[in-house]
Design a protein around this ligand. Structure first.
Ligand SMILES: [Zn+2]
Length: 328
């Protein structure tokens, strides 16, 4: 497997569909999906990992990180000590450098694509679900399941240049997983209800999963320091290395927030009371009017609430922002 990303973008089936390196056996599952299994099972760390990127086709930082990680694995520069599934998500959108071609794939998982019109995203979401379920089912019972879905946010942040969004979970989170996330992101945001994200889907199979958002500058210009740091921590994670420390400018441990309210446009008569250029994690104080949807208002009720993914241009039925509160 010379260059999995080039292969994927060309839509080619590789000449060999499986093979071995010094440390692992690899198997090409489908376009953009590769499974790696360590040869020496006695050296396995306690978790199986899914690493995915490019679910949104214009968010390429994570794709570059995973491609580099694969190149280092295939060059035997780092060993592999966990079962690993690497996924490049929306291939058609990656080729076009667009978030999606027809529908946002990260709203389609967990029983939702079945209700969508036929599209490349619908077919791909179905295929990714199948690949992930097969991967979890093929692993030994009792092993931890980790899924990190790498995304990029182009909107600037008032604070926290990288953050993780965690799906709602019926059982408690593993502090080891949350602590590891704190080495790569500055903030953790906990959803309180189910949604159609890829990480939410994995969570339904008892995986510890997270949508990891890396902030880039305008036009997707990456932050090399953060990029290299995450690359290095992911390599340590899969190769059994000592888990590292967060960069010195990160607050430790990661600040925790929970989603208090999702602003979704329900009616034609809809007004948002924050400016177009509002940044992620901008604080608002109690009593501030945030949104007016018909005769229903959203007013900040806690001493401080923070907005995430503010989007004043949202059309009917779409999310215009998430309101967060800090966890004590
Ligand atoms: Zn994304």
């Amino acid at each position: 497997m010379n260059d999995f990303l080039t292969n994927t973008l060309n839509g080619e089936q590789p000449s060999k569909l499986f093979g071995e390196t010094l440390y692992f056996h690899w198997k090409w599952i489908e376009c953009g999906i590769l499974q790696l299994t360590p040869l020496d099972s006695s050296m396995l760390v306690e978790r199986d990992c899914v690493l995915s990127a490019g679910i949104h086709g214009n968010e390429t930082c994570g794709v570059e990180i995973l491609n580099q990680l694969l190149q280092n694995l295939f060059a035997n520069t780092i060993p592999l000590k966990c079962r690993l599934l690497v996924i490049f998500g929306n291939i058609d959108a990656l080729r076009a450098n667009k978030r999606f071609l027809f529908c946002d794939m990260n709203r389609m998982f967990g029983g939702r694509w079945q209700n969508c019109a036929s599209s490349c995203e619908r077919d791909r979401a179905a295929l990714l679900e199948e690949a992930v379920v097969d991967f979890w089912n093929d692993g030994d019972d009792g092993r931890e399941r980790w899924h990190l879905d790498l995304h990029t946010t182009f909107k600037g942040s008032y604070q926290h240049t990288s953050f993780g969004i965690l799906p709602a979970r019926a059982t408690s989170w593993d502090e080891g997983f949350l602590g590891w996330l704190g080495t790569i992101v500055e903030a953790l945001v906990f959803h309180q209800s189910q949604n159609g994200t890829f990480s939410n889907f994995s969570s339904q199979f008892n995986a510890f999963s997270c949508t990891v958002e890396l902030e880039t500058g305008p036009h997707g210009k990456k932050n090399f320091y953060e990029f290299n740091h995450i690359q290095s921590e992911l390599e340590k994670l899969i190769s059994g290395g000592q888990i590292g420390k967060p960069p010195p400018d990160h607050k430790q441990p990661a600040i925790r927030y929970k989603v208090k309210h999702q602003i979704t446009r329900q009616r034609e008569e809809f007004n948002l009371y924050f400016p177009l250029n509002t940044l992620n994690f901008t604080p608002f104080t109690r009593g501030t009017l945030i949104a007016q949807d018909g005769d229903s208002n959203y007013i900040v009720q806690n001493e401080t609430e923070y907005i995430l993914f503010p989007n004043p241009a949202r059309s009917l039925g779409k999310r215009a922002g998430l309101m967060l509160v800090k966890e004590c």
